[in-house]
Ligand binder design. Structure first.
Ligand code: PMP
Length: 392
């Protein structure tokens, strides 16, 4: 028997490039010390009061089927956060709470694209984007955002790629590069979406983690709320990756239709998780602020550790929880470098190539180790790069 073409298409074009992570874990199991800077997972635990809120809710009996697209209180709290962050009004009817930002992406793609429709993404990209689009039956077109322009989109190439497409997917602050799109870039992306009559799906799961520049949501621009779907999540802001709590912000009729999808796919997420999310959004501002400061500080720790090393350069670390290292001066591609680095120095990072061709010759470093270990890892990367440096 043949599996469906749709499910077989999910991985067309390769896997997610997590071989380094798997090898790092195997090395650790074998007793070797490895500093793992591969995935965007905080090394610190979820703030205790949030876990307590979840436990209290479960103990109070909130363990049955729960409101499928979010309790009214949770949707109101998300709407209030979106309105205060973006400056544009937002109502609970425009919110669908989902199983992580990941499921919000999936719902958005199902809601905005018919089978065979093209969606445009910017390279480098968060690795699940193509597979999630393929699972919705969509075709994927890729436009570059190049390192020498701080990984900002190449607007002319993007505009050409958008011809005849149905949706444009953007992500700012950006994983993997840490780029924060400039306000004028957001305006230009919105203009392309309006002129080409596209849905604009804006992945803003890192919206609170901005170190330089300003995060602007395209949803707040004139005439954009009706064609924009914003993706949000508590995973990164509150160190709640395992709670799987995210949301989509969409025009109310589309949010209602996403509710039909939610009813027939996940049937919502646990009520005690929703209560933990409500607590996080309304009463854990200090914990969120402390997490944000940790990553801001580590961006500076990374810059200080690399100062004076020119075989490795920091590229565009304006936001999110990653830095990109430009290793093109070594003449070695990211995959070969990352594999050799893991063997020689016990430091695991992601090759830029895992995120698309535009990030070739780069490494993505997740800022997910305590400051001293992070600085040590970066110094080892720099030292290793010097030994491999291409002759002038
Ligand atoms: N979008 C981006 C750009 C991400 O980096 C992630 C998580 N790494 C997600 C969406 C999904 O996050 P989650 O499902 O944990 O909310």
């Amino acid at each position: 028997m043949q599996a469906s073409a749709r499910i077989r298409a999910i991985h067309a074009g390769g896997g997610h490039g997590w071989e380094i992570l798997e090898r790092a874990r195997a090395m650790r199991r074998a007793g070797r010390a490895v500093i793992d800077l591969t995935i965007g997972e905080h090394e610190a635990p979820t703030p205790a009061p949030i876990v307590e809120a979840m436990a209290a809710s479960a103990r109070a009996g909130n363990t049955r089927y729960a409101a499928v697209t979010g309790t009214p209180e949770l949707r109101a709290a998300v709407a209030a956060r979106v309105a205060s962050r973006t400056g544009a009004p937002c109502t609970p009817e425009e919110i669908a709470v989902t199983v992580g930002g990941q499921m919000a992406l999936s719902y958005a793609f199902h809601a905005c694209l018919d089978p065979g429709d093209a969606a445009v993404i910017l390279d480098p990209f968060y690795p699940p984007y193509p597979g999630t689009l393929h699972a919705a039956g969509a075709r994927v077109r890729v436009a570059p955002s190049l390192p020498d322009d701080g990984f900002q989109p190449d607007l002319e190439a993007l505009d050409r790629a958008c011809e005849g497409a149905r949706a444009l997917l953007i992500n700012t602050p950006h994983n993997p590069t840490g780029a924060v799109y400039r306000p004028e870039t957001i305006e230009a992306l919105a203009e392309i979406a309006r002129r080409r009559n596209l849905w604009l799906i804006s992945d803003e799961v890192y919206d609170g983690m901005v170190w330089s520049g300003t995060h602007r949501s395209p949803r707040a621009l004139p005439g954009m709320a009706e064609r924009t779907v914003v993706i949000g999540s508590l995973s990164k802001s509150h160190a709640m990756t395992g709670f799987r709590l995210g949301w989509a912000v969409a025009p109310a009729p589309l949010a209602r239709l996403m509710g039909d999808l939610a009813l027939n796919l996940a049937y919502g997420l646990p009520g005690f998780v929703q209560d933990a999310g409500l607590f996080a959004l309304t009463r854990a501002g200090a914990a969120e602020g402390a997490l944000r400061e940790t990553f801001r500080r580590r961006r500076d720790v990374a810059a200080a550790a690399l100062a004076g090393h020119d075989a490795v350069r920091l590229s565009a670390p304006d936001g999110a929880m990653y830095v990109m290292l430009d290793i093109r001066a070594t003449g070695i591609d990211g995959r070969t470098f990352a594999a050799a680095l893991l063997d020689a120095e016990g430091v695991a990072v992601m090759p830029g190539e895992s995120f698309g061709a535009s990030a070739a010759g780069h490494l993505r470093v997740a800022l997910t180790a305590p400051d001293e270990a992070l600085a040590d890892a970066l110094r080892r990367i720099a030292r290793f790069a010097e030994t491999r440096r291409a002759p002038p």
